[in-house]
Unconditional design. Sequence first.
Length: 369
Amino acid sequence: MFKKMLYIMHIGLVFLLSCSTGGDTTTTNEKPVEIVPGNLVLTIDILGQDTNNLNGDGSGTITCTATATNTITYGFKIGSNAEVKNTTGILNHTFTTEGLNDYIITVFAYSSTGNTASTFKKTAVFVSQSGPQLIWSDEFNTDGAPDASKWGYDLGNGCPDLCGWGNGEKQNYTNRSDNVKVENGVLKIIAKKENYQGSEYTSAKLLTKGKFDFTYGRIDVKAKLPSGSGTWPAIWMLGANIDNVGWPACGEIDIMEHWGYNPTIISSATHTPSCSGGCTNTKVGETTISDYATAFHVYSLEWTENELRFIIDGNLKYSYKPTTQNSSTWPYNAPQFLILNVAMGGSWFSIDPNFTESVMEIDYIKVYQ
């Protein structure tokens, strides 16, 4: 009887202990709380950006600033470049590709739980060219008279000092729209056969004297030339000191000359006290161009301290350098101004009696330094 009671008490104790410990070992699997970045904002500041320089000052430097809530790290990706991470949300970057270019800038916001948010912006950034810079140009985009802030005129027939402008020319230069105008994106200098103030021909001669001159650089002129025996178009330059020292001491640079009686030959030349015209043992650049009057060509000059390089459509045709014979009279180290004109006739050639009218067209003029 006693053993039976002990057995029953033992079973009860085991049952009691089993019930009490079983409740304590029960666990709860709770899912961690995810932290998600929010309110992500990206701003991009371009160095030197203002109303006159919408794409920056040419340095190519930008500052990217990102802000977001619940964020511990930011990642910036510029174009296809590798992502750059930091904790400040600020990234400075400098582009090096010259010119105006568009870029996609993406920013990522990272939370402490590894969640992300992202946004992007497209921005245009200008980087200055490392080579020659455009310092002056005229692209003739406004119809009417040429820009008076850039161009003046020689007028008349050159009398009394230089009747025929010193070359036996027959034209009377005017600034009438009959002889010079901007139309359809080009400057037109029109030589005509007509009686005008005692002359039988009219034309125009434009120059930047007193408005623009420069020393050293490159000039590109895209032009289509007139045709007809007797025409004499030229794209050229004279020293800005001509009124003080005279010609040829001022120096003359003929970027392009063409005589209608020798139609396919384009000439380039220089005039100095050492040689001011056809001189013995002095070479003049001559190039054959058959479509001079039906197609535009780019006539260029590269001018340095020690050389003049005459170029047509990107190809060097002729160069002129100081030598022991001309170095003492070398005038090409001082400013020069630009001239465009179409003369008619000269002391050594005549004009076709059937000539009526012909035009030189200039698409643009650009000067670089």
